[in-house]
Design a protein around this ligand. Structure first.
Ligand SMILES: O=C(O)CCC(=O)C(=O)O
Ligand SMILES: [Fe+2]
Length: 249
């Protein structure tokens, strides 16, 4: 009921960090969920990530394109079963580009309406670069294609501590897609793990893009709200897909 009274709107959480609620429609969420179930199977499937300090991450993870481990990228699951990482499909790389366009433009057409132009104020320029207004390209202009996906699965008790996505060489924005249970996503600043930060509720289908001045901001997931996934989706817990440009050869 609250949804109907107060529709959630696109919001710039920090400069270059944009939340687009409901960007993925129900059909697109189900497609992504099905794809994730396939990628989660071995080889190089879902794994528990061990941290150098001896702890483990509570969110379990799998990767496409390149394998992320603390703290770098490899072509094989070096801290898992050692198998070659699965390729990032072209459709997922295109989805990332569309996400950047829609987050930094004004069209908000959503991923269920492919090809819908972003509107007269779209931030996609003639030379193919993006930006909010005239503030800059936020690192997209010179970047190559989106070539990495990190996919995190959170059960009810999983969290992610405040960290920066800093193992990529490209300044291109990080694209984050959420499926399943709602979470609290904490978006902070580039200096410290602490305040100031903004807590954003990410629900199934929501998009977050963070680039430009926010590309290296600390962020984390302090909490999952159990049982909040859309009833028809058939997922217990939360999946998050972050898409990145590696800038690696
Ligand atoms: O689950 C999320 O929303 C954030 C994931 C994240 O920060 C990461 O994979 O680096
Ligand atoms: Fe991150």
């Amino acid at each position: 009921m609250t949804d109907a009274l107060f529709p959630r709107e696109r919001a710039e959480v920090a400069p270059g960090a944009v939340h687009v609620p409901g960007w993925l429609g129900p059909a697109r969420q189900r497609e992504l969920l099905d794809a994730c179930r396939g990628w989660a199977r071995p080889p190089a499937g879902l794994r528990t990530v061990r941290l150098p300090g001896g702890g483990t991450m509570t969110a379990r993870q799998m990767c496409l394109g390149r394998h992320w481990y603390p703290y770098g990228y490899a072509r094989t699951a070096v801290d898992g079963d050692g198998a070659p990482v699965k390729p990032l499909p072209a459709w997922l790389a295109r989805l990332a580009r569309d996400a950047v366009r829609d987050a930094y433009g004004t069209g908000g057409s959503g991923a269920d309406a492919p090809g819908t132009p972003g509107g007269s104020h779209t931030a996609v320029r003639d030379d193919g670069t993006y930006g909010i207004g005239d503030e800059g390209t936020y690192g997209v202009a010179d970047s190559g294609a989106y070539d990495i996906a990190l996919i995190n699965y959170y059960d009810v008790d999983a969290r992610m501590g405040m960290h920066r996505d800093s193992d990529e060489k490209s300044p291109a924005p990080v694209v984050s897609l959420s499926i399943g249970d709602t979470c609290v996503f904490r978006f902070g600043n580039t200096e410290t793990r602490g305040r100031p930060y903004t807590d954003v509720e990410l629900r199934s289908g929501d998009l977050m893009v963070f680039g430009g001045p926010s590309r290296l901001a600390y962020h984390g997931v302090p909490r999952i709200h159990p049982g909040t996934a859309p009833p028809g989706l058939g997922l217990t817990g939360r999946l998050n897909i972050t898409l990145r440009v590696s800038g690696l050869d």
